[in-house]
Write a protein of this length. Structure first.
Length: 104
């Protein structure tokens, strides 16, 4: 086994991941190029980012408990009030830090 073999396998794995990522993205664009944008499809595409956020965040929140729910509620409230994602993230982080420091 030569010294370059692990490097070569790592490079091959990175190349394979890059190609597969490109093919998945390009395939999605190609597929959506063949879907007529009816009002129903348009509504579905508009709702998709929120659905993905819920699908990612909810399991984490359930596993993390009350602190996570408080932080998510604070972030959601700030997003509604300020319409600024950065401010919402900062508010959620601050609530999480304060709740953890309070012993929750």
């Amino acid at each position: 086994m030569s010294a370059l073999e692990p490097f070569g396998m790592t490079l091959l794995a990175l190349l394979a991941m890059g190609v597969s990522t490109f093919l998945m993205r390009a395939g999605g664009y190609w597929l959506m190029g063949h879907v007529p944008l009816t009002p129903r499809v348009h509504r579905m595409l508009e709702a998709l980012p929120g659905s993905l956020v819920v699908a990612i965040v909810l399991p984490i929140a359930v596993k993390s408990g009350a602190v996570a729910f408080l932080a998510i509620a604070a972030a959601a409230a700030m997003m509604i009030l300020r319409r600024n994602g950065f401010v919402a993230v900062i508010a959620g982080l601050l609530v999480a830090v304060l709740a953890r420091s309070a012993g929750l």
